[in-house]
Design a protein around this ligand. Structure first.
Ligand SMILES: [Fe+2]
Ligand SMILES: [Fe+2]
Length: 386
């Protein structure tokens, strides 16, 4: 694929993309990382930075454990109160004819949904299915990682239970897509295997300050994205799929509240280090979880998927700016006190970023309208174009 107009601002898909917000707020379209190399097991060229948190800060996370038990763990839902994928799908325990009727009804409902909707839903599902990567990522963080695999610290308890909740998201979407008959499951399954094999590199540096800012952003982004696929399913005539995307979005919202609360606490006990972490992530770009997505065919699969998500309004640069606005407001960053010189500089940068992105975005949209959209082929929908 040659150069392509991706609304000028590439890769803003929620669960599924990386936003390349460059230093100074300029945005560019950058080609994908050489995912074929990662797929082949060759080392990637991704920058690797480790252990950037000063070791004495580990004590701070230790001291926050009672607080986390009291304020974070209650945001988990007991298993018995959680929905399970099977409750939202055709029931295989019914007599075959009844089960087949339910499958037929599912297929009738999805008939009117366009191919591009399925591209976005597949990308979201693939991203959710790479949950082993996200648990690995959380367990790289100094001071909060699960040291044994069943550690009783609240950080570790949260990470395991969060993973267990998330694991239902990919399962549910996957089963629905499978039954719909609208997508090429073989290519989707290959994509998942490639993606988990490739991992991710969001630049979290084993640093839980960076980690919890990152997850705050991501949970909000996935919430927005699943809300939008719910809305589009409803408009497209499938209220059951709308409900499915809706219940997933509700989980993401609850997860967002937990991570946002952790960062809020960090801002209270260690404002300077925390604002530096926020500034660093936003300056470098928020790398989306599935940025190394690959199906064995399209080396720019992720960018192409992000483009369709943007075009459909499932996740856009405007959403990215909205999330930033939300977090700046929720964390009271404009009025944050107790900062040193470097912290104040980051505060100013972070608080001014959303308006800059909006301005760039408006210009990019204008250009895109003029140039028109390129059609893209996806293996996930049997190489049809959208
Ligand atoms: Fe999820
Ligand atoms: Fe989530």
């Amino acid at each position: 694929m040659g150069t392509m107009q991706i609304l000028g601002v590439a890769n803003f898909t929620a669960t599924t993309s990386h936003a390349f917000i460059q230093r100074g707020g300029a945005t560019t379209h950058r080609r994908s990382q050489p995912v074929s190399a990662t797929a082949a097991g060759a080392p990637t060229k991704l920058k690797q930075i480790a252990h950037s948190m000063p070791p004495e800060k580990i004590e701070l996370f230790k001291s926050l454990e009672p607080w986390a038990s009291e304020n974070v763990l209650p945001l988990l839902k007991p298993v018995e109160k959680c929905w399970q994928p099977n409750e939202l799908l055709p029931d295989p325990a019914k007599p075959v004819a009844d089960f087949m009727d339910e499958v037929q009804a599912l297929r009738d409902r999805t008939k009117e949904l366009p191919d591009e909707y399925f591209v976005v839903l597949v990308g979201d599902m693939v991203t959710e299915d790479a949950v082993p990567t996200y648990q690995t990522m959380l367990n790289t963080a100094d001071g909060t990682r699960d040291e044994t695999g069943s550690s009783p610290t609240p950080w570790a308890v949260w990470t395991r239970a969060w993973t267990a909740e998330e694991n239902r998201h990919g399962d549910l979407l996957r089963s629905y897509l499978y039954l719909s008959g609208r997508v090429d499951m073989l290519m989707i399954e290959r994509t998942v295997q490639y993606l988990i094999g490739a991992g991710m590199n969001p630049g979290l540096e084993n640093n839980p300050y960076l980690g919890y800012v990152y997850t705050s952003f991501q949970e909000r982004a996935t919430f927005v994205s699943h809300c939008n696929t719910a809305r589009l399913a409803k408009e497209g005539g499938d209220p059951v799929l709308a409900n499915i995307c809706g219940v997933i979005a509700a989980d993401e919202k609850r997860h967002e509240r937990a991570y946002v609360r952790i960062v809020e606490k960090l801002l209270q006990v260690d404002p300077n280090e925390t604002i530096l972490a926020i500034g660093k992530l936003l300056r470098n770009k928020i790398t989306m979880p599935a940025h190394l997505m690959y199906d064995g065919q399209d080396p720019q699969l992720f960018e192409h998927f992000a483009f369709v998500a943007h075009k459909l309004g499932v996740y856009t640069p405007t959403d990215y700016a909205d999330i930033m606005d939300f977090l700046v407001g929720r964390w009271g960053l404009e009025k944050l006190e107790g900062l040193k010189g470097d912290g104040r500089r980051e505060q100013e940068y972070v608080c001014g970023l959303a308006p800059r992105i909006r301005k760039l975005q408006a210009r990019a949209e204008e250009r895109a309208q003029k140039d028109g959209f390129q059609r893209l082929k996806f293996s996930w929908i049997f190489n049809r174009e959208v």
